[in-house]
Design a protein around this ligand. Structure first.
Ligand SMILES: [Fe+2]
Length: 286
């Protein structure tokens, strides 16, 4: 795998889409206004996660994607080996039933995740519409991507506490595109031959990675990016902020390119059920 190159802000969305089409991922400079929101989230999140387990569980919701999840819910390969992280999530479609149930400290984080999600909407929309253009499909479906069904999750790790070499096992995300920032190293992208590429992480770098749904849209012309999180024993804590850009499950989704890899696969059904592969509830239209 070629060493990842940081795409500068002045690059066009067309160029960015071509890079994602070619290698399945891209590293971009985080737009300055978004960096500010990320810095605030990273400053506020430890206060939430450093509360007692009992206090945090009060901000958890059964059968919803939103809110707090402790270690022992989410996994990447098997429910015999959970991801070694805690998380807190925002999902727009669930807001009417979640907002009234949150504590004050959770509400601060929730509102910030909501703000971050809307700040990313234009960027993600442009990337996806330019990717559609690569496949001559830009007019096929204009409302393909929806923030309504796209969760944003802040992950909190305490790597020094564990012995496992890998905190999150290798997996592909079950969405269109993942946008990820982290405050320190750990993320590794796996190549088709299993080779690992460590990604330099900071608030200023956003990693965009193709998920399974983008692969299905393109008949696997774009490969979904396998990735994992490696443990660095000297890290007392690690934060990552992940936005999972998803398809709009309220409308049918048509592939941009049809072949044996995606013929007769219901992409909306995949979008709804993919979270269950990781121990999470299926997406719900509410
Ligand atoms: Fe992931």
């Amino acid at each position: 795998m070629q060493p990842p190159v940081l795409i500068k802000n002045r690059s066009s969305y067309k160029r960015l889409a071509e890079i994602i089409d070619a290698q399945g991922f891209a590293l971009i400079e985080t737009p300055r206004e978004i960096t500010k929101i990320i810095s605030t989230i990273f400053a506020v999140a430890p206060t939430f996660f450093n509360q007692s387990p009992a206090r945090k569980m009060e901000d958890g919701f059964c059968n919803l994607a939103s809110g707090y999840r402790g270690i022992g819910t989410e996994f990447s390969i098997s429910n015999q080996r959970y991801d070694l992280l805690e998380s807190f999530s925002y999902l727009a479609v669930e807001e009417p039933i979640v907002r009234s149930g949150l504590s004050d400290s959770a509400m601060i984080l929730y509102n910030l995740l909501k703000k971050y999600t809307s700040s990313l909407e234009r960027l993600i929309d442009r990337v996806i519409s330019n990717l559609a253009r690569v496949y001559g499909a830009e007019t096929k479906q204009l409302d393909l991507f929806s923030t309504r069904y796209s969760p944003t999750q802040i992950n909190y790790y305490e790597p020094y506490q564990y012995r496992r070499r890998v905190l999150v096992d290798p997996h592909e995300d079950g969405v269109l595109l993942t946008a990820l920032v982290a405050d320190c190293p750990g993320l590794e992208i796996l190549g088709l031959r299993g080779e690992c590429t460590p990604i330099e992480c900071s608030c200023n770098t956003t990693v965009l990675m193709a998920g399974e749904l983008l692969a299905l849209l393109t008949g696997y012309s774009i490969s979904p990016i396998r990735h994992r999180v490696r443990r660095y024993s000297n890290q007392k804590s690690r934060l990552s902020l992940v936005h999972f850009a998803n398809v709009n499950i309220d409308t049918p989704v048509f592939p941009w390119l049809v072949n044996d890899q995606n013929r007769n696969i219901d992409i909306v059904a995949k979008a709804i059920n993919n979270p269950t592969r990781f121990g999470l509830p299926p997406l719900n239209r509410q």
